[in-house]
Design a protein around this ligand. Structure first.
Ligand SMILES: NC(=O)C1=CN([C@@H]2O[C@H](COP(=O)(O)OP(=O)(O)OC[C@H]3O[C@@H](n4cnc5c(N)ncnc54)[C@H](O)[C@@H]3O)[C@@H](O)[C@H]2O)C=CC1
Ligand SMILES: O=C(CO)COP(=O)(O)O
Length: 336
């Protein structure tokens, strides 16, 4: 493990993953400023060393400070971590862009595709900030926030087209419980993270309907197949989808009761409406919106994504979950 003591990091977004990753960076030796939108949350973290709303019971390290002042968070940062909901990134970043240090790495933790533009988060970051590809990275893998916050061992991928930058971020977040690998396939890693949320919704739906492990394994496997098809059309490396940002994250999210996407789907499967489920949670379940942008992206590239389409039909077209299952199962028979 390379020591990274002294690296200055800013984490923008104090939700469950932003706060957890800020802890990881601090545990790896970085000096971390965590930016919360609400001054009262920043104050509470400072006073209690806990983000009780998102991570109750987790003590945050002393090397981590919280602030509601973005300029203070970003001053002199060498690594700027973006951890807000994907659909609000463009607006948030437009506000922060003038404050970004010129050479800082911009690291996306987000797993979504922008509605309308169908852009990946790294593309939004480059467009808003003008940063070159060597400064923009993404972190993705089987990383349910609560488990990482409890220091349960896990691995992840730091993706950047520039290997040296990926290695810089890798060193900055490597701890005894968090093991980052590098990968230069940014496209594949970002797609893996965004599409697995959509497949986790499908898994949750069938779970809520009372179906078991065969159904889930079938969805995971066919979900991976359609993710890889989209990746091939967009120039991703096929091997990425067999890795942590592909299969690894897909399996974790589709299987875990901690996943917000899977839980959202489970509630739909039990009969709640999309609006009812949305009202029942404060945290972001990215797949609910990103299913539409993923499908738009697939159609623009002539890629068939039947599971993503099924999730769109339930989440946005009001199709009942029983009908969704019938539609998937009655598709034309074909070779695997
Ligand atoms: N929670 C997890 O286990 C993991 C989450 N991720 C990804 O990280 C990203 C952030 O997720 P979380 O921190 O879990 O989300 P969250 O819902 O727990 O927190 C979102 C944070 O963004 C802030 N925010 C800023 N602008 C906002 C706006 N306009 N609307 C709503 N919130 C706004 C909120 O105040 C909050 O601090 C997502 O893309 C998610 O898919 C990735 C890996 C693990
Ligand atoms: O991305 C995640 C795990 O890697 C978290 O998934 P959820 O957003 O569904 O909780």
């Amino acid at each position: 493990m390379r020591a990274s003591t002294g690296t200055r990091a800013a984490v923008l977004g104090a939700g469950s993953w932003g706060t957890t990753f800020a802890k990881v960076l601090a545990d790896a030796g970085c000096t971390v400023l965590l930016h919360a939108r609400r001054p009262e949350l920043a104050h509470e973290i400072g006073e209690t060393r806990e983000n009780a709303e998102y991570l109750p019971g987790i003590r945050l390290p002393d090397r981590l400070r919280a602030t509601a002042d973005a300029a203070e968070a970003l001053a002199d940062a060498e690594i700027v971590v973006l951890a807000v909901p994907s659909q609000s990134l463009r607006d948030n970043l437009t506000e922060w862009a003038p404050l970004l240090p010129a050479d800082a790495v911009l690291l996306s933790l987000m797993k979504g595709i922008e509605l309308g533009s169908t852009k990946r988060m790294s593309q939004v970051i480059r467009e808003v900030t003008g940063a070159g590809p060597d400064r923009v990275a993404a972190l993705s893998g089987p990383n349910l926030a609560r488990e990482i916050a409890e220091e349960q061992p896990a691995a992840t991928v730091v993706a950047c087209t520039d290997h040296d930058r990926a290695a810089q971020v890798q060193a900055a977040c490597h701890t005894p419980y968090f093991r980052p690998y590098t990968n230069q396939d940014l496209v594949g890693c970002e797609l893996g993270g965004a599409v697995k949320n959509v497949i986790a919704l499908a898994c949750g739906i069938t779970e809520g309907m009372g179906f078991g492990d065969n159904t889930r394994a079938s969805l995971i496997t066919r979900g991976l197949a359609e993710t890889a098809r989209l990746g091939a059309a967009l120039g991703a490396e096929p091997t990425t989808f067999a890795g942590l940002a592909g299969l690894g994250d897909l399996v974790a999210t589709c299987s875990s009761p901690l996943s917000r996407n899977r839980t959202f789907g489970e509630r739909l499967g039990r009969g709640m409406s999309v609006e009812e489920v949305q009202r029942s949670t404060r945290q972001v379940a990215e797949g609910v919106k990103s299913c539409r942008s993923v499908l738009d992206l697939a159609r623009a590239h002539g890629v068939d994504m039947p599971l993503t389409e099924a999730v769109v039909r339930v989440c946005h077209d009001g199709v009942p979950v029983t009908q969704m299952v019938k539609e998937i199962m009655s598709r034309e028979a074909k070779p695997e």
